[in-house]
Design a protein around this ligand. Structure first.
Ligand SMILES: NCc1[nH]cc(CCC(=O)O)c1CC(=O)O
Length: 315
């Protein structure tokens, strides 16, 4: 395994250059640049290593059919393993619940808006869409939630990075599409949002809006160095959400929503929903709330939400 390059300043202090592995979509680059800037503020030297992942190449099929698990992160992990890069910045939503042996989630940063948003050239809200309107999304979670809100809509697959999805909308293939508000805001596309869904209307995916930084588990040096970048409240909330996901089977391509909110400085509430992809059974919706002071308690609260989902009929 290669060591990362080390440089020495004239005063003799070690200046290691931190290499960030990143996908090459505009959003991924923005996120990597964001972490680069945060690390540079702390005095570190940082550079980016761009790469294309399997998830970026497969544009014609729904990711849930290809087996969505980790499609966007494998290549980045290989770069970490081989020492070509030190850290990988991910949308936490895309990170599998259980990382492969030898990798660790070093930290979760303060989260951007976790909500979903409706984008449409002509319609101001979901309610304003005409009967039978065509809505684009390939997320099973969004499909089951949209179906429960508006059973009349025609939901059509929509894949690709943010720019591709917006282009397909603008070409007239859809009346509206649903995207994460966080990605649109990060790319300065917030003015395309016509409606932001309150979590109770369209419950977000576990980890939505948050960035996670992955490292090799044996890089204790990096884990220490990244600690100041972490948000503890958002780290605990997303850990609780990810625990729901893990307990339900661990993939990000399930018809599952999980969203945690702090009700006070110490009380965390998780809302979770599970939908039948075939649309035969009604949506199962649960919530739990408890004092959460550490990651074990966050995980336990997530497990209890998953237990309620299963008791309600979710598989
Ligand atoms: N699965 C794709 C993905 N992964 C992260 C984001 C947006 C940013 C985020 O949630 O952090 C998106 C796009 C979307 O869902 O609209």
């Amino acid at each position: 395994m290669l060591a990362s390059p080390r440089y020495f300043s004239l005063t003799g202090t070690v200046l290691s250059n931190i290499v960030i592995a990143t996908r090459e979509s505009r959003l991924a680059i923005w996120q990597a640049e964001h972490v680069k800037a945060l690390l540079q503020e702390k005095g570190h030297a940082v550079s980016l290593l761009g790469m294309t992942t399997r998830g970026d190449q497969i544009l014609d099929r729904s990711l849930s059919k290809v087996g969505g698990k980790g499609l966007f992160v494998k290549e980045l992990e290989l770069a970490l393993e081989e020492g070509r890069a030190d850290i990988a910045v991910h949308s936490l939503k895309d990170v599998p619940m259980d990382l492969p042996e030898g990798f660790a989630l070093a930290c979760v940063l303060e989260r951007e808006d976790p909500r979903d948003a409706l984008v449409s050239p002509r319609f101001d809200s979901l309610d304003a869409l005409p009967q039978g309107a065509v809505v684009g999304t390939s997320s099973l979670r969004r499909v089951v939630l949209l179906r429960s809100l508006r059973p009349d809509l025609r939901i059509e697959p929509l894949r690709g990075n943010l720019d591709t999805r917006l282009r397909k909308l603008d070409e007239g293939q859809y009346d509206a599409i649903v995207l994460a508000a966080a990605g649109l805001k990060r790319l300065d596309l917030g003015d395309r949002i016509r409606q932001v869904f309150e979590p109770d209307a369209m419950l977000p995916a576990a980890g939505q809006g948050a960035l996670g930084i992955e490292v090799r588990a044996d890089r204790a040096d990096l884990i220490d160095l990244l600690a100041p970048l972490a948000s503890r409240p958002d780290g605990l909330a997303t850990a609780a959400e990810r625990a729901v996901s893990r307990a339900m089977g661990g993939s990000c391509s399930m018809p599952l929503a999980a969203h945690a909110r702090w009700q006070s400085a110490s009380e965390l509430r998780i809302d979770a929903a599970w939908g039948d992809p075939e649309g035969a059974a009604p949506l199962v919706r649960v919530h739990v709330q408890a004092n959460v002071a550490d990651f074990a308690q966050a995980g336990a609260l997530g497990d209890s939400a998953a237990g309620l989902l299963r008791a309600g009929g979710a598989q």
